[in-house]
Write a protein that binds this ligand. Structure first.
Ligand code: RIB
Ligand code: CA
Length: 349
């Protein structure tokens, strides 16, 4: 969700402290290859940028895409589920199961971003009907079953609110060792987008995010600091449309819808494809530079609710007896990111 941002100004205002740039470069996330595809589950609230993220994963031989599970966020969860089913059908990936998860936060609140993504969650795009339906076992049970059944640990890419992930961690603690990595889109070192403090995915369920960041599971946090460097413009949307495929047209329509919103709200001529950065980080080893941080989630009811408080200063961590609990995205090569999306969508029907 990038409502109301002049991205260029935002990026300048949020120039990261130099010591983080110095630390950037290390990574703990696994990286899939065509020779050893990474087992991957995407938990999502499709969602304009979710749709491009799912397309990137669906097209890429670097992944063994085990499932797409849904959570309420950009739109109501039923819409997100239907969107996931229809997107996978459009991308030629009816082999990938979909299961529906939480409608709202652990504590019951419902936070939506339909002003950004439209009531449907995918702007004004009409997708062909899906041939599959959602698995009756639901998102949490499906994730648990896939973790249990996988011969190797599974990466999970949460690109919506973290409610389903928190429920898996709480209900199936014995399966935590089967999660190789959580590469999540959410949070920010600097300002939020849902509020001045909180990025949308964290703001929608801070208690769930708190469970996740305290879990000890290896985490990469792809926050707004890096996703606001992963920008598409009209020319990129036109290049997607120029692929001449159904998937390319879908991606172009979704991108144009997001561009229209940003232009209307802030005069910006670009849109951040937040969620696709989390997928890209798991398939290209040197695209996103990260640095180790201790990330804590503000779960108070005050003005900082939902803020990811990110401390990466080694001296302070030593002083306070803390160790980093996440790699946090710092820098991305926006040009390579755009080309990665175009190359991926060129492989889709
Ligand atoms: O803040 C960006 C996040 O919020 C993305 O996941 C987008 O899809 C929205 O859910
Ligand atoms: Ca999302």
């Amino acid at each position: 969700m990038s409502a109301g941002y002049d991205v260029e100004r935002w990026a300048a205002v949020h120039a990261l402290p130099t010591y983080h740039r110095a630390a950037a470069g290390a990574r703990t996330a696994p990286c899939g290859t065509p020779e050893h595809p990474l087992p991957l589950i995407i938990d999502s609230d499709p969602g304009l940028d979710d749709a491009l993220a799912i397309g990137l994963a669906a097209a890429s031989l670097e992944f063994k895409l085990l499932a797409v599970t849904t959570v309420g966020g950009n739109a109501d969860v039923a819409r997100c589920t239907e969107n996931a089913l229809r997107l996978l059908h459009a991308y030629g990936r009816d082999d990938v199961p979909v299961a529906e998860g939480a409608a709202g936060a652990l504590l019951g609140s419902i936070v939506r971003a339909t002003e950004v993504h439209g009531e449907s969650g995918i702007g004004t795009t009409e997708l062909p009907p899906a041939v599959n339906t959602a698995r009756p076992e639901g998102a949490v049970a499906l994730i648990a079953r896939l973790l249990a059944e996988s011969p190797e640990p599974v990466a999970i890419a949460p690109i919506g609110p973290l409610t389903n992930i928190a429920l898996v961690l709480r209900q199936y603690p014995h399966l935590i060792s089967k999660i190789s990595h959580l590469c999540l889109m959410g949070g920010s070192i600097g300002e939020g987008n849902y509020s001045v403090s909180a990025e949308f995915n964290i703001a929608a369920d801070p208690e769930a995010a708190d469970v996740v960041f305290r879990s000890g599971v290896p985490i990469t946090m792809i926050g707004l600091d890096v996703t606001h460097q992963a920008l598409l413009d009209r020319a990129a949307a036109q290049a997607l449309r120029g692929l001449g495929t159904r998937s390319g047209v879908i991606a172009a329509e979704l991108t144009d819808y997001a561009l229209d919103r940003n232009l209307e709200w802030s005069g910006s001529t670009t849109t951040a494809i937040h969620d696709a950065v989390a997928i890209a980080h798991l398939m290209v080893g040197d695209l996103v530079a990260v640095a180790p941080y201790y990330v804590a989630v503000d779960t108070t009811q005050g003005p900082a609710r939902g803020r990811t408080v990110c401390d990466g200063l080694p001296y302070r961590l030593r002083r306070d007896g803390r160790t980093a609990n996440a790699d946090v995205g710092i820098v991305i090569d926006g040009g390579r990111f755009e080309q990665l999306l175009l190359d991926a969508f060129a492989k889709l029907p």
